[in-house]
Design a binder for this molecule. Sequence first.
Ligand SMILES: [Zn+2]
Length: 526
Amino acid sequence: GSAKEKAIQFYRSCMDTQQIESQGTQPLKDLLNQVGGWNITDVGNGKDFNETLQTVMGRYNTFPFFRVHVGPSPFNLKTNIIQIDHPEFEMPPKSKFKGKNYLEVLRVYLSYLKKLGDLLGGPQDDPSDSFSLTLSFISNLQQVVTPLQERQQRGMLFFLTTIKELQEKAPAIDWLSCLQAIFYPMPMNYSQPIAVHDMDYLRGMSQLIEQWPKKRVLHIYMIICLVGNLSPALDSRFQDARWELSKILYGEMGSRMISAERWRKCLTDTSSFFEPVLGEMIVQEIFPQQTKKLAEQMFSEIQDALYRQLDQLEWMDEQTRQKAKALVSELQVEIGYPAYILQTDKVNLEYQKLELNEDTFFLNVVTCLKVLRENSYLKLLQDQSQHNWHVSPWTVHSYYSIRHHMVVFPAGMFRSPFFHMEFPSAVNFGAIGVFMAHELLHTFYGYVLPGGCPTCNRSALQKSIDCLIKQYESYSFKVNGTFTLLENIADTGGLTIAYQAYKNWLKKHKEKDLPKTGLSHDQLFY
Ligand SMILES: [Zn+2]
């Protein structure tokens, strides 16, 4: 079938709660048996440990000890690189609960684990003891994580290494086999470049794995991570347990992160696996070509206004001015959606290998995790020129990407109250227009930074900067004007540019009035 048919099939299997309830824990139990179940006696030997780890990571996209992903290389912005970081712990680390009683947090998490154990026939010999030991292992792991601030200070956020070097520094893991399992069918070898975010953690983690006295705990920990990763696909008892946990740990607000209504949850799940498909459906629904055309016209009006404004800047020397103009005209603009999502053939090809099951939501999730992960890694590592959007087409979030010198405005932004085809242009320019100019101004961030423009008249520029800092710090709410400078420049400047653009627009287009409000066009803009 087509990618769209598969997305619908996936959504339906998620909505079929009757089926999900009647299957209960059986699908997960079957899966756990494939990795040895809860009770394994001989995990002491490194081979078994690494084999289980490879299965858990490669087949089920679960990363208990370290997280692997592919992202832009800090060493060469044009390419992507494999990156390794610490895992995302389900149990919150102590540092997140400074004010609260951490023992209480541990108690709550432990009882959550026991509940899972009860539901799944957990470890048999004294399960509460096994879980308590696992808990201490997790907190040991968390203690070897280097805090972000320290990593920044020591300049260790991106450490370029190879699989060979990883094997020497963290020998408890069979790195080559693990990465082969994750990136199958791509070939890996010992000289594969890797960017590591926290080498001290990997070293500490390896030591812990080797020294931990009860080896069985390592296995139970992997199973817990697997269950945690897959439990959103299980029946209501698992959803209730997760909801209870997040309510106690993070309060009512935090627990709202988990959708209460089934359709919301299913939509979120479907969109995480079928983003281009849902993107296309939404674009057809809310973003017709005439909206895209108007949005593009507005953007180019704003670009012109900025271009002209550059001639007015007194602190900028002539050479820099020409360079700045080039920056504006070379900028890549993406409005609405990434072009490829409307190319149905391409999208279908991406989902070709995916085979879904009519009535087992759980297995569908497992299949999607594997097949789609393989796809995305292949795409990222083989086709370096391709830039994926950071946001979905339906989100209300624009951004400027330094790496691609590109601004992105997803379709979700072109809706009321930011934009409407029938709004007076004053309203559109005063809302979405200001956002457009805001992102556009971010392309100049370099000039503002100290030393960013050696040939500019720095004292004149500094005078304007100081003035803006003072303005923002004089507001009644507390703002650090220096810290937020780049955003404030984009906000204040964006408003000015958008207003200029609106004035130019009026020379060429008719403007509507809003009857009954009695507001002038300028008032509507602001
Ligand atoms: Zn911004």
